[in-house]
Design a protein around this ligand. Structure first.
Ligand code: GDP
Length: 208
C-alpha cells in the first residue's frame, strides 16, 4: 500500500503512547522502515512520515513517537494536539503496562486530546512471546469495549499485524467526517514548518 507519490488527499497525525519498553519505537520502525523519510532526528518528540494508500485515498501519515519522554510522564498537550488517531500500546508479557493504560494514559488522552472524535486503537504487542504472556486477549477485548477503542494484538518484531494496526485505525478515521475536516489538506500542508513543542527538550530523544 506504499506509494512514492508526494501528493496526498489527507494528512493525519497519529500518536503512539504507552509505557516505556512496550515496543512503540519498534512498531513505528517496523511500519515505516520500507519507506520513510526521517524528518526529525534531533527534536525531542520524534515522528516519521509515511505515504500510503488506504481505502482508496492517498494519505500522508505523520506518526509521532514519544522519544522516551513517557518515562518522565512529561508528554504534554502539544504532543496530543491535532491528532486524528492514537495507538495505545501495551506489552502482553508485562501486566503493569496494561493497567497503566487505564490508570494513566487514558486519562491523559481525555485531558489533552483536541479532537473529540479522535480514534483510539488498543494494541497488545509482543505476541511472539506467547509463553510469557500474562495479559489475555479477552482482557484486551474487554478494555477496548469499555473505552470504545479498536483492538489488535501484534508483534513489532515479527511484523505480525503491524500494517493492520495502522490500516484499521486509518480506515476508521476516514469514516469519521469531523476528523476529515480537521485533517483535510486541499493545500499541501508543510509539516517542516511545524515548530517542535517548546516544552519538550532534546534530552530524551531516541535514535535508531
Ligand atoms: P518503547 O520504549 O515503547 O519505544 O519500546 P522499544 O521499541 O524501544 O522496545 C523495547 C524492547 O522491546 C526492545 O528491546 C525491542 O527490541 C523489544 N520489542 C519491541 N517489540 C517487540 C516484539 O514485538 N516482540 C519482542 N519479542 N520484542 C519486542
Amino acid at each position: 500500500t506504499s506509494t512514492s507519490q508526494q501528493e496526498f488527499e489527507y494528512l493525519f497525525k497519529l500518536l503512539l503512547i504507552g509505557d516505556s519498553g512496550v515496543g512503540k519505537s519498534t512498531l513505528l520502525l517496523s511500519f515505516t522502515s520500507k519507506n520513510f523519510e526521517d524528518l526529525s532526528p534531533t527534536i525531542g518528540v520524534d515522528f516519521k512520515v509515511k505515504h500510503v494508500t488506504i481505502g482508496g485515498k492517498r494519505l500522508k501519515l505523520a506518526i509521532w513517537d514519544t522519544a522516551g519522554q513517557e518515562r518522565f510522564r512529561t508528554l504534554t498537550s502539544s504532543y496530543y494536539r491535532g491528532a486524528q488517531g492514537i495507538i495505545m500500546v501495551y506489552d502482553v508479557t508485562r501486566r503493569e503496562t496494561f493497567t497503566n493504560l487505564s490508570e494513566i494514559w487514558a486519562k491523559e488522552i481525555d485531558l489533552y486530546s483536541t479532537n473529540q472524535d479522535c480514534i483510539k486503537m488498543l494494541v497488545g504487542n509482543k505476541v511472539d512471546k506467547e509463553s510469557e504472556r500474562v495479559v489475555t486477549k479477552k482482557e484486551g477485548i474487554d478494555f477496548a469495549r469499555e473505552y470504545g477503542c479498536l483492538f489488535l494484538e501484534c508483534s513489532a518484531k515479527t511484523r505480525v499485524n503491524v500494517e493492520q494496526c495502522f490500516e484499521e485505525l486509518v480506515l476508521k478515521i476516514l469514516e469519521t467526517p469531523s476528523l476529515l475536516a480537521e485533517g483535510s489538506s486541499g493545500v499541501k500542508k508543510n509539516i517542516f514548518k511545524q515548530k517542535p513543542p517548546e516544552d519538550v527538550t532534546t534530552s530524551g530523544c531516541c535514535s535508531w
